[in-house]
Design a binder for this molecule. Sequence first.
Ligand SMILES: [Zn+2]
Length: 276
Amino acid sequence: MPIFNKPAFRGSGEKKRDMPEGLWQKCSGCGEVIHELELKKNLRVCPQCNFHFTLNSQERIESITDPGTFEETEKKIKSVDALEFKGYKDKLAKYQKITGLPEAIVTGRAKIIGHPVVLGVMDFRFLGASMGSVVGEKITRAIELAIEEKSAIIIVSASGGARMHEGILSLMQMAKTSGALALLDRAGLPFISVLTHPTTGGVTASFATLGDIILAEPGCMIGFAGPRVIKETTHQDLPDGFQTAEFMHEHGLVDIIVERRELREKLASILGYLLT
Ligand SMILES: [Zn+2]
């Protein structure tokens, strides 16, 4: 039968199921539709294909710290619109409302299987966890706190890079956070950097890749510029798997790729080796 004469497809005749928004998530790895509760139980890792969905800062803190030990620091510093960048103030207000966070990183003290640590966790929901003055300042203060308390620092990164709304003030944070890490190094204290999807731009080009030990979640994107920009600039084809955690591991940037459900124990064992 010619294709144009075929009767129109009318579906199975079943009534469309009611799917309340937000209760089901489609996995970007395998396309499977997973219930929110199942995903939550599994630390937001796809039970079919192991795809790691992004975690917000609160979920990340809960997944790696001992219950009730996280004590937030520097909760009050907020960004200002120093350059009067069009729309920036409104964006800050919008993301503060959506996330309930003052800025794109949460810092504090915590314990991981009994090991005290200073922790910073970026939250990609807040303006792509871009690094402006406040993100840079909070990271710097967290490093200084670790030096003061003779503790290790762990920063879990996920970021679109430097925050363009703050121009050069944002780029300065790359030097500031790197400088603070040099002081941590002089104090003989370790920085464990955890890279999650996606870690890019000025964050990759500064503190995130300066870890004494660099961990990454499987499959996460790690890079400076995006693949399209690199391809157009260099006019070269990029290798398979370019900018994935696995590629970076193979080429020496990442030390260990850690599954999310093993991250807490891995961090505790590293802290145990380095600080006891
Ligand atoms: Zn999947």
